[in-house]
Write a protein that binds this ligand. Structure first.
Ligand code: ADP
Ligand code: MG
Length: 320
């Protein structure tokens, strides 16, 4: 089973940022209102995620480390699942390629701690923590040279981790986040409305060069912020896209975004954008890729039309 977990780890977690994403998604699924992330060496030495969610009993903790044990099995069609997880793969996979410490406490009960070293149980016992869950991942891939060699510098692993946190913090602006990296406080985000959260996270890049978007068509709604065409410092990885509050990297969406921009300014530029697309659940399948960052639309043309039209209108209005 350890070999299977390690192979699965290659699919679910390819670098610290993807492990971090899985852990934060679990915290969100657990109903957390506050999530505290700590990193050391870009997550290569340490990834810690602490939440104030529902917590787990010791039995649930043991189960969570078994492959395909999930508390989120859908009772309806799989494409109707609205929580992030439902494969039960992340925790056992991560625990098979790191030193893994899981602490959890259900409100009104005592806390418990389970330690795993590269898939092997090290020990368990009582733990003192507030209600919720705290997971520490130490030395991810340290002992797996075949995977370790694909990691880049702590600096670029850190950048990818920051990107993961930003995307999920934009997706769930109602949740408070903190991010500490190598002992430095990087982000302190209080619960906010989505536009305010996005503005806060993009203000560094975008300043006042953004324009708001809010349009609807055929039951699809598009809201968000995009940089003005006069603002030319956009880079390829500054497009934050969400479908029904889930961060996605979808070719249809990215393509529509660039097409709208290209039409407007007759030049190929990367806009900085945070766009939220809300579509009826039956219009979209989020279960395309194991990491679930891609989606499949029933009617991609309608989605593309909405984006192109919506952006054009917003930018036209802005420029007079
Ligand atoms: P999945 O999220 O697909 O169910 P995971 O391996 O990510 O699979 O998690 C396994 C199970 O562990 C979850 O279904 C959930 O019951 C439990 N779990 C994981 N993280 C947390 C958390 N932060 N708080 C409460 N329960 C958690
Ligand atoms: Mg999960």
């Amino acid at each position: 089973p350890e070999l299977i977990n390690r192979i699965a780890a290659g699919e679910v977690v390819e670098r610290p940022a993807s492990a971090l994403k899985e852990l934060i998604e679990n915290s969100l699924d657990a109903g957390a209102n506050r999530i505290a992330v700590r990193l050391a060496a870009g997550g290569m030495d340490l990834i810690e995620v602490a939440d104030d969610g529902c917590g787990m009993s010791p039995d649930e903790m043991r189960l969570s480390l078994e492959r395909h044990a999930t508390s989120k099995l859908p009772d309806e069609a799989i494409d109707r699942v609205t929580s992030f997880g439902f494969r039960g793969e992340a925790l056992p996979s991560i625990a098979s390629v790191s030193r893994f410490i899981l602490e959890s406490r259900v409100a009104g009960a005592d806390g418990w701690r389970i330690e795993i070293d590269h898939g092997a149980p090290v020990g368990e016992g009582p733990a003192a923590l507030p209600p919720g869950t705290r997971i520490r991942v130490e030395g991810l891939f340290d002992k797996i040279p075949a995977r370790r060699k694909f990691l880049r510098s702590p600096r670029s692993e850190y950048a990818a981790c920051l990107d993961s946190v930003k995307r999920l913090a934009m997706a769930r602006s109602d949740v408070a986040f903190t991010l500490d990296s190598d002992g430095r406080r990087i982000l302190t985000l209080q619960p906010a409305e989505a536009p305010a959260r996005v503005a806060e996270l993009l203000s560094h890049e975008l300043g006042r060069h953004g324009v708001g978007i809010d349009c609807m068509r055929d039951g699809l709604r598009l809201t968000g912020v995009i940089s003005l065409p006069t603002f030319n410092r956009g880079v390829a990885d500054q497009q934050f896209l969400f479908v029904n509050s889930r961060p996605v990297k979808d070719r249809v969406l990215v393509g529509a975004l660039r097409a709208a921009y290209r039409d407007l300014i007759a030049r190929d530029r990367h806009p900085i954008a945070a766009l939220f697309l809300d579509v009826p659940l039956e219009e979209v399948d989020v279960n395309v890729h194991p990491a679930k960052t891609e989606v499949r639309f029933r009617d991609p043309q309608a989605v593309r039309g909405l984006i192109v039209g919506g952006l054009r209108r917003a930018l036209d209005e802005e420029s007079g």
